[in-house]
Design a protein around this ligand. Sequence first.
Ligand SMILES: Cc1ncc(COP(=O)(O)O)c(C=O)c1O
Length: 447
Amino acid sequence: MPIVREKLREFKARESAAYRLSRPLSAARANQENGFFGGVPQHWMLDWPMPFPLVVQQASGTSLTDLDGHVLTDLCLGDTGAMFGHNPASVAKAVQAQASRGLTSMLPSADVEEVGSLLQARFGMPYWQITLTASDANRFALRAARAITKRSKILVFDGCYHGAVDETAVNLTAGQTVAKPSLWGQAYDLAAVTTCVPFNDVEALAAAFVPGDIACVIMEPALTNCGMVAPAPGFLDEVRRLTRAHGTLLLIDETHTLSTGPGGWTGTFGLEPDIWVAGKAVAGGIPTGVWGFTEEVKLGIERVRAEIPSGHSGVGTTLSGSALQMAALRACLENVMTETNYAAMITGAIALEDGITRLIAHLGLPWSVIRLGARLETVFAPSLPTNAEQMRATFDYDLEAAIHLGLLNRGFLVTPFHNMLLAGPSLSREAPAAYVAALNSILNEII
Ligand SMILES: Cc1ncc(COP(=O)(O)O)c(C=O)c1O
């Protein structure tokens, strides 16, 4: 059953009007001169599909209440920042306790030893550094990789996103590595420092190594930022084999795929990266990124440090590794990122996946569903794409925006990007069926 465009336009107009009508308090805040550019503390907050941002009054677990009193089931969870639920009790308690003992001093706090052991045990890497964001962790790790290998370039996969990291902000367009057209103020040619190849394309990857100038491959084990694209069987093994053969370091960025299981994709499927990165949810919502690395990388960094003067290294920021972060990381790793919570998250996500799959089959829609542990998305194509180019061909922004808005008006908050869903640990048993009922009511208005 196809989507009827006329019905879609009318639906969007009705839902926009309903959104405006039911949110007078958020609306009143929307166009205020409040000292912020665009009226919001972060310009991305304007990139959601609704007519104006809803203002959040409070959030807890998988529930979010807006200024107008609407209680929403939150399947966006801050686009992963709150993947383990808003305000996890033990993180909140640790943060409160640390607040009375000092938040930052640029010195190690008493939690350091414990957190180091927890990171080692959980993610397998023997050495760690703490940053404020996943973007920072990626940037610093890439700097280290270039310093160690003495090579200038990195390799990324088309459709990637690794945060505010200049050299990863590229697309593959007509076979060429080009800066994303949306970048602000790019001052140098990113193709000089980055090679971009299609995901799941071993031949293109092998060819990119031939000049011998790639310091590091940075990748998610499955693409999650261009829609979700799973690796083809054997692809990740080939990436590892080729990077080793060419003396290139392999950085696995698990900022989103941490949804896969307690040790991320790496722990679940036994990957062997040289550098491992996560951020967003890893400290329960307190701004924190982590990068871990092998003994070989550690020796490489030591060699680099011995060769050059100490001082500004381009790695690290003042508040990185603060006492606040260490307390939150410890609480999150010990008490929040537990097997039990992951089991609950994955059970919720499977229920959503099953319900959506049944619904689209029932309605005869040529769509499919992809799930990575606790995270899932509907793809507007009958079979799952294997690279970003194929995925981009499925995009339907009007449809995506209409569904997003319809869900919001029916009590469900999903991400503004691809309508991705994340099942937090406290998602109720009833929520997946209620979500599917909401989606059904929307789809019935537009087909
Ligand atoms: C895979 C991946 N890495 C890194 C980042 C950057 O995270 P942050 O914006 O918290 O620095 C993102 C953000 O979406 C991401 O998806």
